[in-house]
Design a protein around this ligand. Structure first.
Ligand code: COA
Length: 147
């Protein structure tokens, strides 16, 4: 959770609050969260979501998290690749945004490997968890080349 805006969950109630929020997203159409499931064990090992839709531009923002023991195996890219196509083809989006803490090097690489362009760097514009940080802005257009 180091570079995410959220604090780590401390109790099951924190997790429940998150899932209620995500259910609300789905019910109102404000967003959609999917679980990333390990095929071998059937266990949920992470999540990815699309939210912050802008009807005018046809855009949405993506977010993603893997459980720590599954980092470093290319799994975020593997999961996000079809999710991105889903966002473009099934949801009809024309642009995906992603915002990261620039210190989150792995996250930036994941985005670039998926074809996202680094579109900007905002300085000291984000406050979370008692810290002010910068924001790296990334974007992927529906007609951008994707590896
Ligand atoms: C960010 C995250 C999703 C990356 O997923 P992942 O599946 O572990 O990523 P990968 O294994 O494909 O690694 C991505 C790239 O970053 C590199 N990398 C990983 N950790 C790194 C580090 N600490 N410093 C520099 N490079 C790093 C990898 O070598 C890989 O490079 P490559 O594309 O050249 O092979 C995962 O670390 C995570 O869930 N982090 C916690 C939550 C989070 O930060 N979410 C994103 C919020 S914006």
């Amino acid at each position: 959770m180091r570079y995410t805006p959220h604090k780590p969950w401390q109790t099951p109630a924190d997790g429940e609050a998150w899932f209620l929020r995500m259910r609300g997203f789905r019910e109102t159409g404000a967003g959609l969260q999917l679980a990333i499931v390990d095929k071998a064990s059937g266990k949920a090992i992470g999540l990815m979501l699309v939210f912050n839709f802008n009807e005018g531009t046809g855009s949405g923002e993506v977010g993603y998290t893997l459980a720590r023991e599954h980092w470093g195996k290319g799994l975020a890219k593997e999961a996000l690749k079809p999710f991105i196509e889903f966002c473009f083809k099934e949801l009809g989006l024309k642009r995906l945004d992603a915002q990261i803490d620039p210190r989150n090097v792995a996250s930036g690489k994941v985005l670039e490997r998926l074809g996202f362009k680094h579109e900007g760097h905002q300085r000291r514009n984000h406050f979370a968890k008692d810290e002010i940080s910068d924001t790296g802005l990334y974007g992927l257009l529906v007609d951008d080349p994707r590896p």
